[in-house]
Design a protein around this ligand. Structure first.
Ligand code: DGY
Length: 325
């Protein structure tokens, strides 16, 4: 009998077909988020799971699902999974790094440009038939070219964002827990500064740090008050990296000029005050959502799952010490 696996949400048919070649697959074609109770119920007897960022795999889930051997997350971030708990229980955790870097960087730029140039607001204005013709003072935004871009986290995605900034003749400053090699700084034209210097010098601040205990509320009131009143904050990393309540205060009080957000502290909830703000562009966590990239991510997750359950080391194993070989 084939081992049983769960795919927690809707993914591409061709990827499901590939997984079916190896395992008995249970899916969730309604594509609604499974409640923790339902997740536990559906995981019974499953040795593997393909999960999305909407599912939380924690100690409680693991304690109810002793058959589980691998959790294959369709995302580069895996803050939805308690990796330590998985390691203690011998459960492999995998992610999908690399394949979404350019797509996420493209989208970061879409957010940045849309926020700076008021694209969404102007689109709504036109569609609601308010536009009565060209006006010199209409929808004035902020220039992007020749400004200072501050990148928090110059990893794979942050570097792709920096490359694109060259086309806008921007000055690039960055900060990170670990400084990148000099050669990378030179290639990108990026100057290393500390976080507070970055915040006070930048016209645009874009966040590309992973969500770990040290980066929870990485941007809070102290940071927002260091930013220029004309500055724009972009977050396509993880919601809890920004203190959403502090951000609302900063936007309302004019501490900063705008924010472009793809992620939120308590997804899918969004801080209600943000909803009414014209200087915030709000996207539903879609930075990696291109046909090509989401398919690549799903395939990669499926390959990780198959490898892990057929005695091979999954190519993107996060908790390496779970395997003694
Ligand atoms: C990721 O890969 O971490 C994204 O946020 C999910 O698209």
């Amino acid at each position: 009998m084939k081992p049983k696996v769960l795919i927690t949400r809707k993914i591409f048919d061709e990827v499901v077909a590939f997984v079916r070649e190896h395992f008995a697959v249970e899916g969730n074609q309604t594509d609604t988020r499974l409640s923790p109770e339902m997740l536990i119920k559906r995981l019974q007897g499953k040795t593997g799971a393909i999960t999305l960022v909407t599912e939380r795999i924690d100690e409680d889930v693991l304690s109810h699902c002793p058959a589980l051997k691998i959790v294959s997350n369709v995302a580069v971030g895996y803050d939805n999974i308690d990796v330590d708990a998985c390691t203690r229980r011998g459960v492999m955790v995998t992610n999908t790094p690399g394949v979404l870097d350019d797509t996420t960087a493209d989208f970061t730029w879409a957010l940045l440009l849309a926020t700076a140039r008021r694209v969404v607001e102007a689109d709504h204005y036109l569609r609601s038939s308010k536009w009565k013709g060209w006006g010199l003072m209409q929808f004035l935004g902020y220039d992007v070219h020749h400004k200072v871009l501050g990148i928090c986290g110059l990893g794979r995605i942050g570097q792709r964002v920096a490359r694109r900034a060259k086309g806008f003749d921007m000055e690039i400053v960055y900060t990170d827990a670990i400084r990148v090699p000099r050669s990378t700084e030179e290639e990108l034209g990026a100057r290393f500064v500390d976080k507070m210097t970055l915040l006070s010098e930048s016209d645009f601040v874009t966040l590309h740090v992973p969500l770990i205990p040290e980066t929870r509320h990485y941007i809070s009131m102290a940071e927002l008050t260091r930013m220029k009143s004309t500055a724009i904050l972009i977050n396509a990393s993880r919601g809890p990296v920004v203190d959403e309540k502090a951000l609302v205060q900063a936007l309302q009080g004019g501490n900063i000029a705008g924010a472009g957000l793809d992620v939120y502290e308590r997804e899918p909830e969004v801080e209600p005050a943000l909803m009414g703000m014209k200087n915030a562009v709000l996207m539903p966590h879609i930075a990696s959502a291109s046909h090509e990239t989401r398919l690549r991510m799903a395939k990669m997750a499926a390959e990780n799952l198959v490898a892990g359950l057929t005695g091979r080391r999954p190519p993107n194993l996060v908790n390496n010490k779970v395997l003694s070989w």
